[in-house]
Design a binder for this molecule. Structure first.
Ligand SMILES: Nc1ncnc2c1ncn2[C@@H]1O[C@H](COP(=O)(O)OP(=O)(O)OP(=O)(O)O)[C@@H](O)[C@H]1O
Length: 211
């Protein structure tokens, strides 16, 4: 089934903190596009991600609207927005096997779960890893499982928060190619927050500088 690809629309967004404007943005992110956001500490990168994902602290006031295609998101709670997140820590569940972690990503109604999990592992060079305990995987292998758990959850848009910063240099380039390749192939609008210019270059899209 081909998913219905849609753009993410950030419309007239202004976020204020104690009466001061912290962030303002008006931007569309097309299917398969990666928009990179860079900026110094305190410039509002985490705040932007929290606004988009739906867990902005009540300390902030947000104005504007957020849409995925023509569906309004900013009035929906986080779990109904269809936005997937990938952080610097893979955050695999330690009490579940690799397959259990991937099955967790799959929607309840998904068919052929076992097959989908095996296929996802094959796609990232981890065929046969189903029964492994995540703690026995290398950092790069854990990052691959986290990526596939995200994709299996069928997000409609993706937020990446410094996703490569914990990986060593050699692995970092490999993971950039894998992550951006998979997200582009899936046609997902993606927003990347990073301090690393090499991440931004690998993402291949526009760059917004905050602060
Ligand atoms: N819950 C909160 N209540 C009040 N102020 C906050 C809260 N969270 C963040 N801030 C403030 O909002 C501003 C933006 O913070 P934010 O965490 O978004 O920056 P950042 O760009 O992600 O920084 P870093 O790169 O250090 O993670 C900062 O001035 C910070 O002190």
């Amino acid at each position: 089934m081909t998913p219905n690809l849609q753009s993410l629309h950030i419309k007239q967004m202004t976020i204020t903190l104690a009466g001061e404007t912290l962030l303002a943005m008006h931007r569309d992110i097309a299917p398969g596009e990666v928009l990179t956001v860079m900026g110094p500490s305190g410039s509002g990168k985490s705040t932007l991600l929290a606004y988009l994902a739906g867990f902005l602290s009540p300390a902030f006031q947000a104005q504007g609207e957020l849409y995925l295609g023509d569906k309004r998101l900013d009035t929906l709670p986080a779990e109904r927005r269809g936005i997937g997140l990938l952080f610097q820590d893979p955050m695999l569940f330690p009490h579940l096997s690799v397959a259990g972690n991937l099955r967790f990503g799959l929607p309840h109604r998904a068919k052929n779960k076992r097959q989908q999990v095996s296929l996802a592992l094959e796609q990232v060079g981890l065929a046969g890893f189903e029964t492994r305990d995540p703690a026995t995987l290398s950092g790069g292998q854990q990052a691959r499982v986290a990526l596939m758990r995200l994709l299996l959850s069928q997000p409609r848009a993706v937020l990446l928060d410094e996703p490569f910063s914990k990986l060593d240099t050699a692995l970092r380039q490999e993971m950039r190619t894998l992550v951006f390749g998979q997200l582009r192939e899936a046609g997902l609008p993606t927003l990347l927050v990073t301090h690393d210019e090499a991440d931004a270059n690998a993402a291949g899209g526009s760059i917004i500088a905050l602060g």
